[in-house]
Write a protein that binds this ligand. Structure first.
Ligand SMILES: N[C@@H](CCC(=O)N[C@@H](CS)C(=O)NCC(=O)O)C(=O)O
Length: 225
């Protein structure tokens, strides 16, 4: 029997972009070191990382790997028979692409609060009265105009299916989708009510179904919040 690889995944202590990778490792019963960096330690660590960002991963003490989607696809194909099967690649990648479109559409409304300079606004913009008002408007407008469209696409994909790429078991597409969707139900982002997904109960049920996988027991409350 081939020995299990020794995997260390380093990221911040948030779900963020690494949660999909963690989920794939957990669902495939692959042991790994879940290394979580405090924001206070990040300044010193940043210049030592290949691209100045996390996550980074090492396998069997090999070179530092970067890019969460590369890690996810590697875990899906190397550590599991069911997370990234060859005959489902099209369905899986289409679903991942859809989730990336959702994220891309949402990102400016989210990120202007964190990095206003990237959106032509001064540092500290989010703390000003004008900034607060604009961020609120951007997020509320997105919720009204964009989120329902994406949730309907997702519901359509789930029609007659338990998982985004069909089949009997979750794939890496579900590992990508669930943390993204949970961003809109955890109530942890300003102006994003924890009820944001309730208009689409099939999506809510899907998240709960995913979070009820035996390997994820105790990881999230009921999956939604
Ligand atoms: N495309 C990269 C994005 C990595 C990324 O943007 N990481 C952010 C956190 S989500 C980061 O390290 N930010 C800290 C910084 O830029 O100083 C991936 O998916 O791994």
């Amino acid at each position: 029997m081939t020995p299990l690889p020794k995997i260390k995944l380093t990221y911040f202590d948030i779900e963020g972009v690494a949660e999909a990778v963690r989920l794939a490792l957990v669902l495939s019963n692959t042991p790994f070191e879940d290394d979580r960096v405090g924001f206070g330690d990040w300044g010193e660590m940043k210049p030592k990382t290949p691209y100045g960002c996390l996550p980074i991963m090492s396998v069997d003490d090999g070179p530092l790997r970067t890019q969460s989607m590369a890690m996810l696809r590697w875990v899906g194909s190397s550590c599991s028979e069911t997370l990234y099967p060859r005959d489902k690649i099209f369905d899986i990648e289409e679903a991942i692409g859809l989730m990336e479109d959702l994220n891309k559409s949402w990102y400016p409304a989210f990120a202007i609060g964190m990095r206003p300079q990237n959106y032509g606004r001064p540092e500290g913009f989010g703390q000003t009265e004008e900034g607060k008002k604009i961020i609120k408007e951007m997020r509320e407008t997105w919720f009204q105009n964009e989120l329902p469209r994406f949730l309907t696409y997702i519901e359509n994909k789930l029609e007659g299916n338990q998982w985004l790429a069909g089949g009997e078991t979750p794939t890496i597409a579900d590992c990508v989708a669930v943390p993204i969707l949970r961003n809109f139900s955890r109530g942890h982002v300003d102006h994003v009510p924890a009820t944001a997904l309730d208009s689409h109960p099939k999506v809510v049920d899907y998240i709960k179904r995913f979070c009820a996988q035996p390997q994820l027991k105790g990881r999230y409350n009921n999956g939604i919040h």
